[in-house]
Design a protein around this ligand. Structure first.
Ligand code: ATP
Length: 144
């Protein structure tokens, strides 16, 4: 799932001259609904592409630790301000600023992402620095 979505997005990233890097340990099998997990990756990678300027970089890493799989999607994009960071998973929340106008969206993506992760008994968290980049860390149960 992770590799497939990286492949799809690599082609889109090329259009913006964004470099996609991957660091994926294999085999990685996540317990859950394949379609939903694919949707989760699409939401995160789509955002990373949307909020990263040309010649930026997106990195996806994925590794297993015990019974858990950790996926990290990070970008060198515009970042999220400290004030907004607490709201990004809220439904219909969209970043204030020009970027909201320049890039279209509904503000639903991350609330759906959070819902998918929690439905799989996982956790999602975000770290970000305005002007430097954003990183989403997802932890999901591995197939035993
Ligand atoms: P859509 O869900 O239709 O793509 P959206 O991207 O605005 O719209 P979310 O995915 O829920 O909605 O994201 C909410 C807000 O979080 C965004 O409007 C943006 O301000 C901020 N955001 C999300 N991902 C990133 C990122 N990778 N870098 C910077 N800001 C981000």
């Amino acid at each position: 799932i992770v590799l497939k979505s990286i492949r799809t997005f690599s082609q889109l990233a090329e259009l913006k001259e964004i470099t996609m890097k991957r660091d994926v340990e294999e085999p990685l099998e996540i317990m859950g609904d394949e379609e939903r997990l694919q949707q989760l990756m699409v939401i995160l990678l789509d955002n990373a592409l949307k909020y990263t300027q040309e010649t930026g970089q997106i990195t996806v890493s994925c590794k297993r630790e015990g019974n858990w799989i950790t996926i990290i999607v990070s970008d060198t994009g515009i970042g999220i301000s400290q004030e907004e960071l607490g709201y990004v998973f809220d439904r219909f929340f969209r970043g204030d600023k020009m970027r909201s106008r320049a890039e279209e969206g509904t503000g639903l993506g991350l609330s759906i992402a959070k819902w998918i992760v929690e439905a799989h008994d996982g956790k999602i968290r975000v770290e970000s620095k305005e002007g430097a980049g954003t990183s989403f860390t997802i932890t999901l149960p591995a197939k035993s």
